[in-house]
Design a protein around this ligand. Sequence first.
Ligand code: PHE
Length: 344
Amino acid sequence: MAINDKIEQIMSTLNEFKATKEQDIEELRVKMLGKKGEVTQLFDEFRNVLPEQKKEFGQRLNALKNAVQERIDSLRESLADSAAGSASSFDLTKPGDKMDLGARHPISITREEIISIFKKFGYSVAEGPEIEDDWHVFGALNFPPEHPARDMQDTFFVCPGGDNPVLLRTHTSSVQVRTMEKMPLPIRVICPGRVFRNEAISARAHCIFHQVEGLYIDKNVSFADLKQAILLFAQEMFGPETKIRLRPSYFPFTEPSAEVDVSCNICHGKGCNICKGTGWLEILGCGMVDPNVLEANGIDSKEYTGFAFGMGIERIAMLKWQVKDLRHYFENDVRFLKEFETVI
Ligand code: PHE
């Protein structure tokens, strides 16, 4: 039989072939592609083809071999489909696959906990835009014009240049400015939100993170009030035995300023690798609102005083659950998130 006729015969066998079980398909495979299979034999006969016809036949044979393989694959697929179909139509009472429930993200859990603590102290929540202008992020907060935070290297600009560039807020202190602009005194707010800084991503830093900042302005607000508020917060958050210590620091918008440490909740002050042997962990920055900031926002600094504080939610969550790498919070690996399923 001529090779062309043989090819046609094989194609029609293929098209008409019906399989009811896997074994039928395997028999077809051996019959066509096995060592003595019909297609294999055609390849053997290829030797005898005239040289000028070799190219055309070669192409036809390869196409044939592919067609056979595709037919076998599709027969297998439809057999598997109908097996699955008939299995499910057999037992409709079978219980369904268990659905995995989502859990709250550790950053949300921590944010809600911080908010609920300050709400108990009488603070209300204020929110503001993530895309801000220079005035609300820096100008109204007493940042001098040449301050490095105003540099491209530290801050992401949306529209740089001009008198009041547009940028991504680097802290939620901008919401405190917006609150001072529109809220009657006294003010007692916390400002949770996402902030952005032009930092290289590592285990301890990220270009996006979350903060809760707080502001309290009234007559006769003192540094003692600030210290008491922070102590109560720390004890609610990390346990009633928690102690705090304040170290002098500097922020353009507060004077005096301090950084606050809490006693290490792992070793209780003895020194461990979480607190690097010091017994203390830094949790936030704070201070008395600088009179320049009050005046810039239309508040009489002779009559009113206030305090402000700000903390990173990732940092608080890291200390609470001993998470060693900040990047876990952003990767959303389900194995990590599942560890918080049972929290709240
Ligand atoms: N805004 C400061 C920061 O982002 C934190 C802070 C807020 C410090 C209020 C003092 C008072 O780092």
